[in-house]
Ligand binder design. Structure first.
Ligand code: FES
Length: 83
C-alpha cells in the first residue's frame, strides 16, 4: 500500500503541518483512497527550511512547503499516477 509520510517535526508543525494533515485525510476520503493509501505522520525529515514536507513511498517523491490548499491537487495527481 502506498504511504504518505507527513512530517510532524517541530518546524513543519510550526509551518502548518497539522492543517495539512487534516486536509490530506479529508482529500483522501473524498477521492475514495481511504484503505488504499496510508497517511502517516513522521518525525523530522531533515528538510526543515522547506516544510511542511511530505514523502511518498514507494518511489521516494518529496513534496515541500505544502499548504492545505494544495492537497486536493496533490491527491488528484497521486490518484492519476497510481500513487
Ligand atoms: S521538522 Fe519537518 S523536516 Fe524537520
Amino acid at each position: 500500500m502506498p504511504r504518505l509520510y507527513l512530517c510532524m517535526g517541530p518546524h513543519c508543525r510550526s509551518r502548518g503541518a497539522t492543517d495539512v494533515y487534516a486536509a490530506l485525510e479529508q482529500a483522501l476520503w473524498q477521492a475514495g483512497l481511504v484503505g488504499k493509501v496510508e497517511c502517516i505522520t513522521s518525525g523530522c525529515q531533515d528538510r526543515c527550511q522547506r516544510g511542511p514536507n511530505l514523502l511518498v513511498q514507494p518511489g521516494g517523491r518529496r513534496w515541500h512547503r505544502l499548504t492545505p490548499h494544495q492537497i486536493s491537487a496533490l491527491v488528484a495527481l497521486l490518484s492519476d499516477t497510481g500513487v
